[in-house]
Ligand binder design. Structure first.
Ligand code: SAM
Length: 246
């Protein structure tokens, strides 16, 4: 009998942000395939009896090509196993969860999806940046700074908009060109920006600056991935509302 695949979001780092459903399924799994961004404390919750497969991707260092991950999920489920596919954050936000499910559909493998706290929500909360504080923003946009073809080509003119917060995932490598493009398309160079590195973990670091200077701040502080950019007036609240690690 075919087993089942549970596509689970592990949240951004702090193991306490794992949902109860994710925890229940993880601790009952036969096989767990997990990514690079899943924290060590969450990996430690995988039962000893389960087969543990690291399939994670560091940028340009794919330990297993996406197609092989997709196929492996179906193979393991067809062996009758309870398969957990564990991803950082939320599986449907820049997580390729959809691609993996499409393969399962075509292979006739049943599945469920368990949402997780996405990096935008986790980093904003733990940095003290309310993404849609009513005095500053009416909307928030989640974007990726790293497109499938490796470029950073975003709809710049739509992004320069009053009362809008931008959250850019995977924006560290292209930070200089992102800043230059936004300024070229009319964003004021003094627009507040935050970088949250390793958000929600005990190693979290938060840097705030302006659109013009944030690239240099990232260099000076040797900011490393995973890091999230938050751009908008809401960033001015960070100093006042910061609470984590104090
Ligand atoms: C491939 S995306 C995966 C996003 C994930 N599915 C989510 O919902 O958070 C990876 C990017 O998410 C962001 N990210 C994930 N976890 C993070 C964390 N703990 N702190 C800062 N950024 C994080 C970084 O921009 C990183 O490069």
């Amino acid at each position: 009998m075919t087993g089942k695949v549970y596509l689970i979001g592990a949240g951004p780092g702090d193991p306490d942000l794992l949902t109860m459903k994710a925890h229940r399924l993880l601790t009952a799994a036969d096989v767990v395939l997990y990514d690079r961004l899943v924290g060590e404390q969450i990996i430690a919750m995988i039962p000893e009896t389960a087969e543990k497969l690291y399939v994670g991707k560091a940028k340009s260092l794919h330990s297993l090509p996406q197609e092989e991950i997709n196929a492996l999920l179906a193979v393991k489920a067809k062996e009758g196993k309870v398969v957990v596919r564990l991803k950082g954050g939320d599986p449907f936000i820049f997580g390729r969860g959809g691609e993996e499910l499409e393969e399962l559909v075509s292979e006739g493998v049943p599945f469920e999806v368990v949402p997780g706290v996405t990096a935008a929500a986790g980093c904003a909360a733990y940095a003290g940046i309310p993404l849609t504080h009513r005095d500053y923003a009416q909307s928030v946009r989640f974007l990726t700074g790293h497109l499938k073809d490796g470029t950073t080509e975003l709809p710049w003119d739509e992004l320069v908009h009053p009362a809008q917060t931008l959250v850019i995932y995977m924006g560290l490598t292209g930070l200089e060109s992102i800043s230059q493009s936004l300024i070229r398309f009319g964003m004021r160079p003094s627009m507040p920006v935050a970088i949250v590195e390793k958000g929600t973990s005990k190693d979290q670091r938060v840097f705030t600056s302006t659109m013009k200077d944030i690239h240099q701040v990232a260099i000076d502080n040797e900011v490393k991935s995973p890091a999230l950019l938050i751009i908008g007036e809401v960033v001015t609240l960070q100093e006042k509302l910061s609470w984590f690690g104090q």
